[in-house]
Design a protein around this ligand. Structure first.
Ligand code: HEC
Ligand code: HEC
Length: 359
């Protein structure tokens, strides 16, 4: 019965989404070109559906569910101020890379993962890995690498792991890793890097978009909404209590409608989640390949029609199910966690490689 009601709700919302997605009518009021727009638009002024809800600070509130998946408090494509800025086109390019990564950065994205699949509303949604105000926090110590990271270093890391750049498109990175070549030194016969680095044009453009999201914030002042996708320490289950079989039941009940029985994602309006596992997913060196990190995302951001309904424990079980499935292996794991202590939930570092591991 619950399943049926949920299915009906899903269908209703999908219909709603389909209509919400259509462009605004021609006669919608356009802002006068010379008026300075406020940095954070007010309710009703943004998004294809012009929803009337209060933003949470600069962010789309997580409880507004998937009907607001298309809303962008700050949209470079429609921000007229960017027409007059020298870096306007770079910021827009970064935004396009962020929202269509496999197409726009195909040479570094053998996966089907788009940055915005994980950073919902293009990094502008509460409790869904928001990136507003993050840029000013760099340089910052990175525990996994054990050194200071610039914003560009952080983006390169996302490419290597969440986008699985190390696996292609020509597999140069993976071959080099197997031969023991350090990632930064992997080049083609003309000396062009095969893997993204801090100077790659894609990385520079993405950094410009993230800087744009941080304009007006004081560098070094941690935004209140940053790194909040965490299960409270006292609610973390011990590793041996994580139950993939229970997680599969939860997946079948609450996730399968949109993510599909094979986890590869179902088209919802013009959105499609990235593959939760398999060769097109993030690799086993990514943050979301850790039990507690994935659970911290799922706990607050999913299921997209009812975010927040999962208990802390169920978020951990369903994440365990997802992590128990095969995914690409990150070939440089042995270079991570050399200085800072390795977190206990770094599953593949402790338990061995993902599906196509070579060691
Ligand atoms: C598979 C999911 C996933 C994908 C895809 C992904 N990220 Fe992330 N990203 C994460 C997680 C998880 C974190 C850690 C967030 C935290 O610590 O709260 C993160 C953190 C970040 C951070 C650091 C934020 C901060 O405040 O410290 C940046 C910047 C970032 N991602 C950019 C990107 C970019 C650019 C892309 C696309 C090239 C991308 N991410 C793709 C999951 C993802
Ligand atoms: C109503 C549809 C819907 C349901 C139900 C749903 N999701 Fe999602 N999920 C999405 C969409 C759409 C995205 C991508 C968001 C985007 O690109 O804007 C997503 C993204 C994700 C991501 C980020 C990585 C990726 O592969 O895209 C994870 C992890 C995830 N969902 C897990 C879950 C889990 C676990 C459940 C069940 C508890 C669940 N989802 C239920 C629609 C849904």
């Amino acid at each position: 019965m619950l399943r049926l009601a949920r299915l009906a709700l899903t269908v209703a919302v999908m219909l709603l989404i389909a209509t919400a997605c259509s462009p605004p009518p021609e006669d919608a009021v356009a802002p006068a070109p010379d008026v300075e727009l406020p940095r954070i638009p007010q309710p009703g002024e943004f998004g294809p559906a012009s929803h009337t809800y209060e933003l949470t600070g600069p962010l789309v509130p997580y409880a507004t569910t998937m009907v607001t998946a298309w809303d962008l408090p700050q949209n470079p494509e429609t921000d007229a101020a960017l027409d007059r800025r020298e870096d306007g086109e770079l910021i827009r390019q970064g935004f396009r890379l962020f929202t269509a990564t496999p197409g726009e950065a195909s040479r570094f994205t053998p996966s089907e993962m788009t940055c915005a699949n994980c950073h919902l509303n293009s990094g502008q949604r509460e409790l869904a890995l928001p990136l507003v105000g993050s840029a000013g926090m760099f340089p910052e110590h990175n525990g996994r690498a054990g050194r200071m990271f610039s914003l560009e270093d952080r983006i390169v890391g996302c490419f290597y792991r969440s986008e699985n750049a190390v696996h292609g498109p020509d597999n140069g990175g993976l071959e080099a890793a197997r031969a023991g070549v350090a990632p930064g030194l992997v080049t083609d016969s003309t000396g062009e890097p095969l893997l993204p680095d801090v100077d790659s044009e894609e990385v520079v453009a993405l950094a410009a978009y993230l800087q744009y999201l941080s304009e007006g914030y004081t560098p070094g002042e941690d935004p209140a909404w940053r790194k909040r996708n965490r299960i409270a320490p006292e609610s973390l289950l011990p590793l041996d209590a994580l139950d993939a079989a229970l997680g599969e039941e939860i997946y079948t009940e609450l996730c399968v409608n949109c993510h599909g029985p094979e986890g590869q994602g179902v088209q919802v309006g013009d959105k499609k989640p990235g593959p939760l596992w398999g060769p097109q997913s993030w690799n086993d060196g990514a943050g979301l390949a850790r039990f507690y990190t994935l659970a911290g995302f799922v706990r607050y951001a999913m299921p997209y029609l009812d975010p927040g309904v999962l208990s802390d424990a169920d978020a951990q079980h369903v994440s365990t199910f997802i992590i128990s499935k095969p995914r690409p292996s990150y070939p440089y794991k042995d270079q991570d966690w050399q200085i800072d202590p390795m977190p206990i939930d770094a599953a593949f570092y402790r338990l061995g490689d993902g599906a196509d591991g070579h060691r």
